[in-house]
Design a protein around this ligand. Sequence first.
Ligand SMILES: C[S@@+](CC[C@H](N)C(=O)[O-])C[C@H]1O[C@@H](n2cnc3c(N)ncnc32)[C@H](O)[C@@H]1O
Length: 368
Amino acid sequence: MRNPLHALCPYFAMFPESFAEKHIGELTDPGDYVLDPFSGRGTTLLQSLLMGRQAAAIDINPVAFCISGAKAAIPSLDAVIKELAFFEDRFANYSLDQLKLERAGLPRFFRRAFYSTTHYQLLFLRIHLNWRENPVHRFIAALVLGSLHGDSCNYFSNQMPRTISTKPRYSITYWSAHKLWPKKRNVFEILKSRANYRLSGELPELVGRVAMCDARQATKKFPFLTKKIKLVITSPPYLDVTNYEEDQWLRLWFLGYEPKPTYNRISKDDRHTIKARYWEFLKEVWQGVAPLLRHDSSLICRLGAKGIKVPEITESFCSSLKEVFPNARLVGNPIISPLIKRQTDVFRPGSKGCLFEIDYHVQLFPLA
Ligand SMILES: C[S@@+](CC[C@H](N)C(=O)[O-])C[C@H]1O[C@@H](n2cnc3c(N)ncnc32)[C@H](O)[C@@H]1O
């Protein structure tokens, strides 16, 4: 059965856990180390831990760090429920005037996105969750991110997609045209019920490591993993497809960032519109990861791109690797999967997104 923790929070361009499971099963043994330098929602990390492998992950985006981190050091259900009860109690005695003032100072989007009392609860949690340091708080923050926007009674917002945060002006126009108003939701109740569900599956015994940094800093962040990694399973930001900072702006706001979409302020490298720079970036990532790899390590890499054909992607991908791993060898043919229409496309009418994904399996043979 699918572990409910995988879907803790939806994420754009996430790969399914079955993808990670297959390669971890085929290419590693229990106890081996697996790394994902572009962790996203932490699929590789959680699946590795569930299969008894040691796991490390990196992502530059605080949203990805929070979700992956919640899966790396999973608190007990008891600890989460206790902390939520504690917060609920404190909220009941908290100054509503202060929260009202905060709400009034935010852009109009927020008043149309969240029912007033729902928004006060979110504002309160936003101030009090120490998600950077405290694993229980991080887990609760990840639960909030997973329910922050969506399209059913499990979500806090007016109707929005689950994966990306639509832009304020687009959202307001959409809600006005469809006469949509936010519904009253009890954040604490939803979080308790979500925690019960998410923590109802088997939990890993191992604890993973997650760093919030540029993938090129892998060795600096994890020097103790030098020559330990047996398998890298990853999916770098797709070429010219999305901007994770802009598309996650509402979740970023909840984590303490600005109440509006920002572009390349937190993560400078997540949308490469210039091909040559993109492949150079990937080469630098392989350089940053290489010292951590075992002599018999493999890379499973899923790529997506816009406006570029498969043979060119394969050639450029292989050259980005060859400069760092001269003996690298592709195993089998790349696997190309066309992308079926996704929820995000509905909210970006007319946009030409990524049409296919390509999976590569590479034997790396890092130099000693
Ligand atoms: C295609 S997504 C990975 C999705 C992931 N496989 C999953 O299942 O959720 C790419 C990720 O790379 C991250 N990213 C972009 N630039 C980065 C950089 N320079 N260093 C580390 N992570 C970066 C983005 O924040 C995003 O989470």
